[in-house]
Design a protein around this ligand. Structure first.
Ligand SMILES: C[S@@+](CC[C@H](N)C(=O)[O-])C[C@H]1O[C@@H](n2cnc3c(N)ncnc32)[C@H](O)[C@@H]1O
Length: 446
């Protein structure tokens, strides 16, 4: 056994995998909870994270590997046993640092503890057979079936991406989704300069690279940023680089009135306030009352005072507000398929049929929020998905019904992203950021 080998960490991983599959829980929230409550030792934190994310990310492929070794098929075994087998095959195939015999030994022990002798025998038999006979090959598969196993994505999703972006991009996107996402922070320029913040983080033991896309971004390549004083004192916010482009695209200025229609947990609201040097006002709404405190907590940590957060359905804004705003942000609820790297269970939890509800909600929110834009004011519509139905199509339909609005060219989008028309889809493989969509719309000055 190696030093890394710890019994509890695998049982914990199994427990989380079961909850994610059974309850539809989010991996990142569960993991954050377990890690922040010290439920595994410090030295096992990265292994737990790797086991949980890795097993979810490769689910399709792991099931393909297991199938020939299960006489009555994968559906014949109890869900927890299947999770244990997936977790173990993941280690056998993808983790060099753990010896195979230790993986099998531990899996059998967990099976004995949780099940009866028959189950531990099955687990032992399947894992030893895989070790002896080797993995099945994908050569016999063709087309979409093969791509689905080799990239570990559902076929319907790959078919959608191929239809939208072509086979090469679809494959690149699926492969990028298997990579670990970067940890990126946004510097709070209302408090200090980027250079000073960078130095503070370096002094506190973080290693840093410049962001690829956003001038506000620093990539943390090692170190625990969340425990630094720099983080606690509001100099940085954890945010993906694509998301950081949104507030800049909206171009809020100090003193303006700004509306953020779908604001929780407040990542973009607080960025807007920073860009405004905490001068002016921001009305931040979200449908879910319990999420409002997340916005308030972030504003407090960052020392921002101009944000007023409140629960509200953005489809009914005009029933509650009669003033108009210089800037309006609609960062709409969406299928989230641009952030599969961070939430890998999304690709298994979402079904094509569940996605059909989004364009209508998005269109309703956009139409309602647009009524509150001042003449000459600007609106940004954004999502963290890569589905055209939720992105380009929603904007196109909106513009065809609202001729006071036009897409507005933006220097940054044009120069950095070659997007001449104030609208851009970013795919995760292009810059290593989350997949994202944003459109800048300007209301005609009367
Ligand atoms: C993409 S998230 C927003 C992320 C946020 N802008 C940020 O940067 O932290 C979309 C949000 O829309 C909220 N939402 C969903 N339906 C809504 C509605 N009808 N009105 C207002 N907010 C809604 C969700 O609760 C969710 O917090």
């Amino acid at each position: 056994m190696t030093n890394n080998f710890n019994k509890n960490v695998r049982e914990k991983a199994l427990e989380l995998l079961q909850r994610i599959e059974k309850e539809g829980a989010y991996s990142h929230l569960l993991l954050n909870h377990v890690l922040s409550h010290g439920q595994v030792s410090k030295k096992d934190e990265s292994l737990l994270t790797e086991l949980v994310y890795g097993t979810i990310k490769r689910k399709n492929t792991l099931d393909f590997y297991l199938t020939p070794f299960l006489k009555n098929g994968i559906d014949s075994i109890e869900p927890w046993v299947l999770q244990l087998l997936r977790l173990s095959v993941y280690q056998l195939v993808y983790l060099d640092r753990v010896p195979d015999r230790a993986v099998i030994h531990e899996a059998v022990n967990i099976a004995k503890k949780r099940g009866h002798k028959g189950i531990s025998g099955l687990v032992n038999g399947v894992l030893r057979s895989i070790q002896r006979k080797g993995l099945p090959r994908t050569n016999s598969l063709s087309g979409i079936e093969r791509l689905a196993i080799e990239t570990s994505h559902p076929e319907w999703l790959l078919e959608d991406w191929i239809a939208a972006y072509g086979e090469k991009e679809a494959k690149a996107m699926a492969l990028t989704n298997l990579d670990p996402p970067p940890l990126t922070v946004r510097v709070n320029l209302s408090k200090s300069t980027k250079e000073e913040i960078k130095n503070k983080l370096l002094e506190e033991g973080c290693q840093i690279e410049e962001g690829a896309l956003s001038p506000d971004a620093l990539i943390i390549t090692s170190g625990s940023v969340i425990t630094t004083e720099t983080y606690k004192n509001g100099y940085v916010t954890i945010q993906d680089e694509s998301s950081m482009l949104v507030a800049r695209l909206l171009q809020p200025e100090p003193g303006m009135r700004v509306l953020d229609a779908c604001a929780a947990p407040g990542g973009k609201t607080t960025h807007l306030a920073e860009c405004m040097e905490d001068k002016g006002s921001i009305n931040a709404f979200d449908l879910h009352k319990k999420k409002i405190k997340l916005i308030e907590e972030q504003a407090k940590r960052l020392g921002l005072s101009i944000i007023e957060a409140k629960a509200m359905d953005a489809r009914e804004l005009t029933a509650h507000l009669d003033e108009q705003f210089d800037r309006v942000l609609v960062d709409a609820p969406c299928s989230g398929l641009g952030v599969i790297r961070r939430k890998p269970e999304l690709k298994w939890q979402k079904q094509k049929e569940n996605l059909e509800r989004f364009p209508k909600i998005q269109a309703d929110i956009l139409a309602e929020a647009s009524k509150l834009v001042k003449p000459g004011g600007m609106l940004v519509y954004s999502t963290c998905t890569v589905r055209k139905e939720e992105n380009e199509d929603v904007v196109e339909a909106f513009l065809s019904q609202n001729n006071l609005f036009k897409r507005e060219r933006n220097e940054f989008l044009a120069n950095t992203l070659q997007a001449e028309h104030g609208q851009k889809t970013i795919l995760p493989q292009q810059f290593g950021t989350d997949g994202f969509f944003m459109a800048l719309l300007k209301k005609q000055d009367l």
